[in-house]
Design a protein around this ligand. Structure first.
Ligand code: HEC
Ligand code: HEC
Length: 343
């Protein structure tokens, strides 16, 4: 019997080792597997992610109060915080257009500087003020310029509601879809100056039916909710300090979004050059003036080339900054400062 003891011990050790080994293999498999299913789940989430439909969710009662208020403010801006608001203390925006006349489909339309994912990109460097700005500052940029109004207090219920809405439409946005919703389509900048005759002919053919012969637009039947077709120039439009007043920015917007219902980000109707002449045409008319625009872009090198108001870091004429041709100005900044300008 004595002689068997070492053998038994050996067999016992062998068993324990095999048991441990098998457990290890199973543990490994388990970890691998759960990671794999985690990975697969992520992939499915990215593929299945869809834009929310706020009206459906409101009817189902699943939208938080602040988000819904934000939605109302952004889509019926004048009624709540503009000239049509009953309480004069609430007159922050200065015209009767809505934020979503430019940020289409309640800010969810790709190619119209959509707000899907926007809150993740702030704070962000801003050339116009030459410092990092918050999402609230950026909203106020549009309040003072696109809406020709004044700033909303950052702590106001209205500002918080707008941001809450933007966060809500961005929920669970997969990383690889962020780019799709950001900004405007690229534009091949034509190496010609804007031809106002060409712009006018295109306007008559493609735009006038909705925006009107004098660009005045058309109020909705319930006028307190703003415009059905927003005005493109004149007293009730964006002011001259707005991004849309830059020919290259407006051309990008028009290319990706107009004529409404016919053009989209992936499928523009107009050529880059047509959008460009149209942008020059709508911006050739009078519109409200922004004060203190000479203080914009403290570092003048950062000023977009199609900013129509001075001063500039270069010696190109005011006329050329308004109507182009822009490639010579773009080349100047590339060669002198190694800055790549697109607008
Ligand atoms: C007349 C058109 C117009 C209107 C109206 C307008 N905006 Fe804008 N908005 C712009 C333009 C142009 C930009 C810059 C887009 C670009 O260059 O990518 C912009 C940018 C923004 C951005 C930053 C987007 C980003 O991706 O960084 C936010 C946020 C924003 N606007 C919010 C608002 C809000 C809120 C309102 C209403 C209070 C409003 N806008 C009204 C034209 C407009
Ligand atoms: C079928 C009607 C229709 C046509 C045609 C049309 N638009 Fe628009 N446009 C709209 C509507 C509607 C909006 C606002 C979008 C919204 O609120 O959803 C808009 C918004 C705009 C805006 C931004 C809002 C603002 O206040 O400045 C510009 C710029 C614009 N259109 C330019 C044009 C140009 C240029 C053309 C011709 C190529 C054109 N549109 C053709 C209906 C139209």
């Amino acid at each position: 019997m004595k002689d068997f003891k070492p053998l038994v011990r050996l067999i016992f050790k062998l068993f324990i080792s095999i048991f441990l080994l098998i457990s290890l293999v199973f543990l490994g498999l388990y970890v691998y597997n759960s990671n794999l299913s985690y990975f697969v789940k992520e992939k499915i989430a990215a593929k299945d992610w869809v834009l929310k439909d706020i009206l459906i969710e409101i009817s189902e009662g699943s939208v938080a109060e602040d988000v819904e208020y934000g939605y109302r403010l952004l889509t019926e801006t004048s009624k709540w915080i503009g000239p049509m608001a009953e309480n004069p203390e609430m007159h922050f925006s200065g015209n009767n257009i809505s934020c979503t006349n430019c940020h289409l489909k309640a800010g969810t339309q790709a190619g119209s500087a959509s707000w899907v994912g926007v809150t993740n990109r702030f704070p962000q460097y801003n050339g116009r003020s030459n410092k990092d700005i918050s999402i609230e500052d950026r909203i106020n940029g549009c309040m003072e310029r696109s809406m020709n109004g004044k700033k909303l207090p950052k702590e106001s219920e209205e500002m918080k509601a707008m941001v809450a809405y933007m966060e809500w439409i961005s929920e669970d946005l997969p990383k690889d879809r962020e780019e799709e919703f950001k900004g405007y389509p690229d534009l091949q900048v034509p190496n010609v100056d804007v031809n106002l005759e060409t712009g006018k002919a295109l306007f008559t053919k493609e735009c006038m039916i909705c925006h009107g012969e004098t660009g005045q637009g058309l109020l909705l039947a319930d006028g307190s909710k703003g415009y059905q077709y927003p005005p493109l120039w004149g007293d009730d439009s964006y002011n001259d300090g707005a991004g849309m007043n830059r020919v290259l920015t407006a051309a990008q917007f028009i290319k990706g979004n107009m004529p409404f219902g016919q053009a989209s980000y992936n499928n523009p109707k107009l050529t880059d050059e047509e959008a460009y002449h149209l942008a020059g045409y709508i911006n050739s008319f009078d519109r409200p003036k922004m004060e203190n625009t000479e203080e914009d872009y403290p570092d003048l090198k950062k000023k977009p080339v199609s900013t129509s108001y001075g001063p500039w870091e270069d010696s190109f004429s005011a006329e050329q900054h308004k109507y182009g041709p822009f490639p010579p100005i773009i080349n100047y900044y590339k060669e002198k400062y190694d800055i790549n300008k697109t607008k």
